[in-house]
Design a protein around this ligand. Structure first.
Ligand SMILES: *Cc1c(COP(=O)(O)O)cnc(C)c1O
Length: 353
């Protein structure tokens, strides 16, 4: 695809890598591509970062026809830039689009555009190990009008944010609150899609958990409120009796790239992995017997997020003395090692820009 490059004005790259945070500062470049029924997806442009100008009646503001992705660019010691399993993000973006009645972007086009964008934005990829450029592609419905129907026109936008390591002082266990009333998804709903709507329905439970002193919500299934699904923006793993459990991706759980990498790595290392239903009652029984060695969340932002405490119906359970477990640490080291090009990429997960 032919990409138009509009050279950005006032590009100043002076990152204070001590205090990047997450998604707070943005690279001075963005990519945009429009979809119209006549032309399909056409004429991508990479230009200086700028606000979007949309009418108040623009469909996305009212009916939330929107999807997004999240991936990172990592700077290696030889100054090349790595992307991690971008084919997975491309596939998931495609699937999310189909579910939300958005015309999907072909996976090869998505990969080509993200690579071109990262190449033009490489000055913003941080240098320090642990810091990276978080890339946020998204599509919004852009028809003007309040009638309810699938939009005819869309815009694809890519922005990026130089971001700090999630845990500044190494892995730091979090506490999670099991939500047994509100739900995030249910069979038939787009739980597997990365869309703003899934987050909109989760925010209230997240805020309530925070008020009670917990970092994140653990969601149960939407029908019986029994089976463990995932954490706010992460998949979840349980290391029980030297076996690893995580919920299966049967439509209500987001199929995480980090999740699938953990499963592959553990299987190679001889750890049995079960993608199965685990009920909260079974988990509580195992916690009470002291059988749960580690619990951790997984996602692109944190990679691995150890869980030190879990609360269910006014009872709290401490996991592994509120310390980061051996498996959590080993997986974190292995995955970040591959991402930053410090460990050989035996799976073909890395593409260079
Ligand atoms: C993005 C996301 C994840 C993690 O997926 P990764 O590809 O590993 O970053 C998990 N759950 C939800 C709800 C998400 O949006």
């Amino acid at each position: 695809m032919k990409i138009v490059y509009e050279e950005p004005v006032n590009e100043k790259v002076c990152l204070n890598e001590d205090d990047l945070g997450f998604g707070r500062i943005f690279a001075d470049r963005m990519l945009e591509m429009d979809y119209t029924p006549e032309k399909g997806w056409h004429d991508p442009v990479i230009s200086a970062y700028h606000p979007l100008s949309l009418n108040p009646e623009c469909m996305v503001f009212h009916y939330a026809q929107e999807i997004f992705e999240g991936l990172k660019a990592y700077r290696c010691e030889d100054d090349s830039i790595n992307l991690f399993r971008i084919d997975r993000n491309a596939k998931r973006f495609f699937d999310s689009a189909v579910r939300m009645a958005i015309p999907p972007i072909p996976e090869t086009t998505f990969i080509e555009l993200i690579k071109a964008y990262v190449d033009k934005t490489r000055a913003y990829v941080p240098y320090r190990f642990g810091n990276s450029l978080y890339i946020r592609p998204f599509i919004i419905a852009t028809d003007n009008g309040l009638g309810v129907h699938a939009s005819k026109n869309y815009r694809f936008v890519v922005i990026s944010s130089p971001s700090g390591a999630y845990f500044k002082k190494g892995l730091d266990p979090v506490s999670i609150y099991v939500e047994d009333k509100q739900i995030r998804s249910a069979p038939g709903l787009p739980g597997f899609a990365k869309c703003g709507g899934n987050y909109a329905v989760s925010i209230k439970a997240g805020e309530m958990a925070k008020m009670k002193g917990y970092d994140q919500v653990l969601w149960l299934d939407g029908v019986e409120h029994r089976y463990i699904e995932e954490v706010g923006s992460m998949n979840i793993f349980f290391y029980i009796d030297r076996k690893l459990y995580t919920s299966a991706c049967t439509g209500t759980v987001l199929p995480g790239v980090t999740r699938s990498s953990i499963i592959d790595i553990c299987k190679e290392k001889g750890i049995s992995v079960f993608e199965e239903k685990l009920s909260i009652d079974e988990l509580v029984a195992l916690l009470e017997k002291g059988k749960v060695m580690e619990i951790f969340g997984s996602g692109t932002a944190a990679v691995i997020s150890p869980v030190g405490k879990i609360a269910y119906q006014d009872k709290e359970y401490i996991i592994n003395d509120f310390k980061t477990g051996v498996l959590s640490k080993a997986l974190f080291d292995e995955i970040t090692g591959i991402q930053w090009g410090r460990i050989e990429d035996s799976h073909g997960w890395i593409s260079r820009v």
